[in-house]
Ligand binder design. Structure first.
Ligand SMILES: Cc1cn([C@H]2C[C@H](O)[C@@H](COP(=O)(O)OP(=O)(O)OP(=O)(O)O)O2)c(=O)[nH]c1=O
Length: 197
């Protein structure tokens, strides 16, 4: 079997693209617009996995509709959870403030699910990381909101940006928190014939 280099990326996240480019993959983006409403009683892990699988299916449909040649496709979803509550992207500044106040001085979990699809085969992996925030002052939260960073990110922060100073420690995968766990991704893609490094 020849080693594939092309991978369809059913994601608009610049972080995911950068992390995959770091692995040396040749990427082609396909759209994957889905309804991200959580279902009643869904766990964070179940929600992230379902969304990753649905994004992969939507991406595959878009590839077929565009008449693009067959190749494996990857999609992912990141969600944040604390005390059984799901924290997606904030709807506005008040929502972002509510999330950051909830995380202040405590830990929460960041779950990233990935789905790789090739024809009828779908394989998935999930990374779960516990993140401990220091106690945040109202002024720190205000300044962070003003940076504009929270608004396109699950849990209203980016560990790779200015919120790095909020993080005392993590247990799990740093790249999983950023949006694509590199170790799990490489393991999954190896099963589809890709080789790393
Ligand atoms: C917690 C955290 C999340 N995030 C980002 C990663 C994801 O891009 C985003 C979660 O939203 P997602 O819905 O997982 O992804 P997305 O809408 O950005 O991209 P797509 O669905 O097209 O793949 O939050 C960070 O960048 N840093 C962090 O520390």
């Amino acid at each position: 079997m020849s080693v594939p280099s092309l991978l369809y990326l059913a994601s608009g996240s610049p972080r995911r693209r950068e992390l995959l480019e770091q692995l040396g993959l040749e990427l082609k983006r396909v759209p994957a617009d889905i309804d991200e409403t959580p279902r009643e009683g869904e766990t964070a892990r179940g929600y992230a996995l379902r969304l990753a699988i649905e994004k992969a299916a939507a991406g595959e449909a878009a590839r077929l509709a565009q008449g693009l040649p067959a190749a494996p496709l990857l999609a992912a979803d990141t969600t944040v959870t604390q005390d059984g509550e799901l924290f997606g992207k904030p709807e506005n500044a008040a929502d972002a403030r509510r999330m950051l106040e909830a995380f202040s001085g405590r830990s929460h979990r960041v779950i990233t699910a990935i789905a790789v699809r090739d024809g009828g085969t779908v394989c998935t992996a999930v990374s779960e990381t516990e993140v401990w925030f220091k106690t945040l002052s109202a002024a720190e939260i205000d300044r962070y909101l003003e940076s504009g960073e929270p608004f396109d990110k699950a849990g209203a922060y980016g560990i790779q940006g200015r919120a790095a100073v909020f993080v005392e420690r993590i247990a799990g995968s740093y790249t999983g928190v950023v949006g694509l766990p590199v170790y799990e991704t490489a393991q999954l893609l190896s099963g589809f014939g890709y080789r790393f490094p």
